[in-house]
Design a binder for this molecule. Structure first.
Ligand code: GLN
Length: 487
């Protein structure tokens, strides 16, 4: 086995027990990334120098007999909307130019504190808006199982990097599906944690009431290891919830007697055949394991979640993106005559077309004469959606549903119909509206070779249980393999 193929726990263990050095591990992973990058474009900024320096430090500490932490010397990939002190952070936008944040996102401080080293900043849809990774100012990333297909988005680079084994773990962010959907397109695991569990400090905001950071990895137990480090009350993030403690130690869950719900209204929606097959297979598996399968009704979710989400996400985005004015960050122009001309010139050239159209939509949705009819109405619908889920979780322990109605589409295929693209987030975005945890898990490969994943959703704060159920599913279904074909 090559060093880059190791999962998170084994890589950390190998460094700790001196089977190999942190530098050897980093160089093996970086060489793997370098050989795949021309085909995958999963990274915006590879960080060879920072990573090697970090690995050398870990090796020096090990030589001095120091404890290097649970991730000591393990390379990780971070989505490029997570601030890294002194390392270019772009959110895949031209408008941030060569911006180097003066501080680290809390999630990165926590991983560094646990000994992780940085392999690179991952490609994504600009400001996390999209679901193909095609909205990146740096060009699209590709699916490692078939480079003519999208890796998903917006954390497409993070998912592709883990699937192709640049690193055993990456962080993504999920506002409406951006961890879970690329995880399923690329055949890895991805967790969107309960809102308020993981700090958003230093995460470039898209929709602040929806954004949540989470890990992607090739085993569920690696997600658990990452979560044990990432979950931390952060006074720097007002949405971080204090006074809670969680145990992310892996314990396979006995599924006997667990109540797993399917959503009644979703049964009428069409799924691509391999996804429908996977739903049937996992349902049988759960039944065989003694779980009770039931139905819950989520009528408001099925009917209004997509419009509710996009109204809120665009409204929040338009305020969050006001700060990019050419004065405080990155890209600027020198020849504007006044501030208004300058803002106009910077924002017209600095933002990509999807971001601009969402800013304009958000401006309209929150404009004083329409605000009640759109933005305020959407916040009310959101409350109904959260209540609908809360009620469902009175009778169910988990909800099983698809991540997407389609397997990873061909690059460019979904660009033609924007509304269809938005609607394909139907299965992921309700989870963000209600602040719930959602696990995207690998099921199998379709005949085409593309991976098929499904989603298990839990009640708020049930993330440890959700992952333990995921462990059992992984044992029954098998762990994902590394994407190699042609890479
Ligand atoms: N596809 C959704 C959007 O474009 C979700 C993106 C995300 O989760 N960041 O808003």
């Amino acid at each position: 086995m090559e060093l880059f193929e190791l999962n998170l726990r084994d890589a950390a263990e190998g460094v700790r027990t001196k089977k190999f050095s942190a530098l050897e591990l980093f160089d093996a992973c970086f060489a793997r990334a370098a050989s795949c990058e021309p085909k995958l474009a999963a990274l915006i900024t590879p960080t060879e120098e920072e990573g090697r320096r970090g690995a050398e430090e870990i090796d020096a500490r090990i030589a001095r007999g120091e404890d290097v932490g649970p991730l000591g010397g393990v390379p990780v990939v971070l989505k490029d909307n997570l601030c890294t002190k002194g390392v270019r952070t772009t959110a895949a936008s031209k408008i941030l130019g060569d911006w180097r944040p003066p501080y680290d996102a809390t999630v990165w401080s926590l991983l560094q504190g646990a000994g992780a080293v940085l392999l690179g900043k991952a490609n994504m849809d600009e400001f996390a808006m999209g679901n193909t990774c095609g909205n990146s100012a740096f060009g699209p990333s590709k699916n490692p199982w078939d480079v003519t297909h999208v890796p998903g988005g917006s954390s497409g680079g993070s998912a592709a990097a883990v699937a192709a084994a640049y690193a055993p773990c990456a962080l993504g962010s999920d506002t409406g599906g951006s961890i879970r959907q690329p995880a399923s397109y690329c055949g890895v695991y991805g967790l969107k944690p309960t809102y308020g569990m993981v700090s958003r400090y230093g995460v470039i905001s898209y929709g602040s009431s929806l954004d949540q950071v989470g890990p992607l990895a090739r085993t569920v137990s690696d997600l658990q290891l990452a979560m044990a480090i990432l979950v931390h009350y952060d006074p720097m993030d007002s949405s971080s919830v204090p006074g809670k403690s969680f145990d992310f130690t892996p314990h396979k869950m006995d599924l006997k007697g667990k109540r797993v719900a399917l959503v009644k209204e979703f049964q009428a929606f069409t799924l691509e055949a391999p996804i429908a097959d996977a739903m049937a297979r996992v349902r049988r598996l759960l039944e065989n394991a003694g779980a009770e399968i039931l139905e819950v009704g989520l009528p408001t979710v099925a009917r209004y979640a997509v419009s509710c989400y996009y109204a809120l996400a665009m409204s929040e985005a338009h305020t969050n993106l006001e700060r990019y004015d050419g004065i405080r960050y990155g890209y600027t122009v020198d020849d504007a005559v006044g501030s208004k001309e300058m803002f106009e010139a910077v924002r017209s050239a600095g933002f990509g077309s999807e971001v601009k159209s969402r800013i304009i939509a958000g401006t309209c949705l929150t404009e004083p004469t329409r605000c009640n009819e759109y933005y305020v109405a959407a916040t009310k619908v959101r409350t109904l959606i959260a209540r609908e889920f809360a009620k469902a979780f009175e009778s169910a322990d988990f909800i099983l549903q698809p991540v997407t109605p389609l397997l990873a589409p061909k690059i460019g295929e979904t660009d033609r119909d924007k509304m269809k693209g938005y609607e394909s987030d139907l299965y992921t975005l309700p989870v963000n509206l209600a602040g719930l945890p959602g696990l995207s898990f690998f099921v199998e490969h379709a005949a085409s070779g593309l991976p098929v994943g499904l989603q298990l959703i839990g009640a708020r704060w049930s993330d440890p249980d959700l992952l333990n159920a995921g462990l059992t599913l992984e044992e029954c279904l098998g762990s994902p393999s590394i994407a190699r074909g042609g890479l």
